[in-house]
Design a protein around this ligand. Structure first.
Ligand SMILES: [Zn+2]
Length: 145
């Protein structure tokens, strides 16, 4: 994915016969800079291994909000909760966030409570950020961002 996207794009990584693939072969968007709906009710939730989306830049790239946008939002964790409620494995599920600089990081659902309770200043400091996924890395066996 390129950087500087104006809208949010999302996809689900799903297990399909032992392979990790994009749900419906790619990213989708609602052409909205503040959210993208993911099709949790039309996917086989137990097969979902990661909820993936980007956070577009908000205002100046130096704005503090963009530092916070390196992390999943409260609404993002709620979407993960809904995915688990439909049958995704909470010990497997991750949330992949592509930040306003185009860097992807994978957050474990099992760390949800930690991140939900993390303060704003701690997020702005970058505390407990997962490592960036290298740009050429496979997130799954055949999936690249
Ligand atoms: Zn988000």
């Amino acid at each position: 994915m390129g950087e500087d996207l104006e809208n949010e794009y999302g996809t689900l990584l799903v297990q399909d016969n032992g392979n990790t693939i994009f749900y419906k072969n790619g990213f989708y968007t609602n052409n909205d800079p503040y959210g993208v709906a993911h099709p949790i009710t039309s996917v086989n939730a137990p097969s979902v291994v990661s909820v993936v989306h980007n956070h577009p830049r908000q205002g100046s790239i130096y704005a503090d909000i963009n530092l916070e946008y390196r992390y999943p939002s409260v609404d993002d964790w709620a979407a993960a909760d809904a995915t688990v409620a439909l049958g995704a494995d909470p010990n497997v599920l991750t949330m992949t966030v592509i930040d306003p600089w185009g860097d992807a990081r994978v957050f474990e659902y099992s760390d949800r409570n930690f991140y939900l309770n993390q303060g704003v200043s701690s997020r702005e400091n970058g505390d407990s950020l997962p490592p960036k996924v290298p740009e050429d890395a496979d997130l799954g066996e055949c999936v690249k961002l």
